[in-house]
Design a protein around this ligand. Structure first.
Ligand code: SF4
Length: 283
């Protein structure tokens, strides 16, 4: 996680408060660029943003670069990023990540690819102003997913016009889908159809909510019928496969365990996941 410290500071307190924030850099999983208070004092306020978000944005390129390239393009974003990096390096500051965000997926991907070839600093990925929950999630998944698949990117930010909690959820799901983060329960579920023996969609929604506290990596398959159920259950830690007349089957580690009545599915799955998580954590 990266933090833009300037968001926390009033203009009057920036210089003194910076010293306090330097103590935070040891926190686990938190990346905070440590800037000396003196350096901070000597530079322009707009540059301080660069220290922490260090972002170049297609919507706010330097005037001369925009004139040179006529429009925001990958080359313009990269030139702007390299220029700003040089400013930091000239100040003997090397502890930062770089981003070249744009709301355009193609522009972002091309710019990040070019920048990754041009320098070795860590990259913070994002599709900025991506839009509403659905549109933004799709754009972020394509943009960030393409880059991460190529091994490009060190931190990510999903930007949605929606609840920030959803931004984090989508970011986690992108990482989980790519196998880059395994924390928590990964649910595999079928889209459901007339063959379903229980309400797959509602069950998955409830389970997602009820299992959100689990941090141990566990795979769970929720499949409406025997067409795909046993196969998916064989590949997951815990599985439920729908069966007629309430004969749904619980699988543990791919092996049939017991029948579960439809009304008991939620409680049974939650208790089995919690049990498995506790066992795995002990190991
Ligand atoms: S697994 Fe069964 S219930 Fe689910 S979509 Fe396929 S056929 Fe339908």
């Amino acid at each position: 996680m990266g933090i833009n410290l300037t968001n926390f500071l009033s203009s009057q307190s920036k210089n003194t408060k910076m010293i306090d924030f330097q103590d935070l850099d040891h926190l686990d999983g938190l990346s905070i660029s440590v800037v000396s208070a003196n350096l901070y004092k000597d530079i322009r306020d707009d540059l301080t943003m660069f220290y922490f978000r260090e972002g170049v944005n297609a919507g706010s390129l330097e005037k001369d670069i925009l004139e040179k390239y006529k429009e925001p393009c990958p080359e313009a974003l990269v030139e702007s990023a390299l220029r700003n990096i040089k400013i930091l390096e000239d100040q003997n500051f090397f502890n930062f990540k770089v981003s070249v965000k744009s709301s355009d997926v193609f522009l972002s991907i091309a710019a990040y690819r070019q920048l990754s070839e041009a320098m070795d600093y860590p990259l913070h990925l994002g599709i900025t102003e991506a839009g509403s929950f659905v549109t933004g999630s799709v754009k972020s998944s394509i943009g960030l997913g393409s880059l991460l698949l190529d091994g490009i990117g060190d931190t990510i930010r999903v930007s949605l016009s929606d609840d920030p909690v959803k931004e984090v959820k989508i970011g986690n799901e992108i990482l989980k889908s790519l196998g880059l983060r395994n924390r928590g329960v990964k649910i595999i579920s079928c889209p459901s159809c007339a063959r379903q023996a229980f309400q797959v969609i509602d069950t998955v929604k409830i389970l997602e909510e009820k299992l959100s506290h689990i941090k141990t990596p566990i795979t769970l398959s929720i499949i409406g019928c025997v067409v795909n159920g046993p196969g998916e259950a064989a590949l997951t830690d815990i599985g439920i496969t729908g069966g007629g007349k309430g004969n749904n089957m619980l699988y543990l580690s791919g092996v049939q365990s017991e029948k579960v009545l439809t009304g008991q599915i939620i409680n049974k799955v939650v208790s089995e996941v919690e049990k498995m998580a506790a066992q795995l954590e002990k190991k």
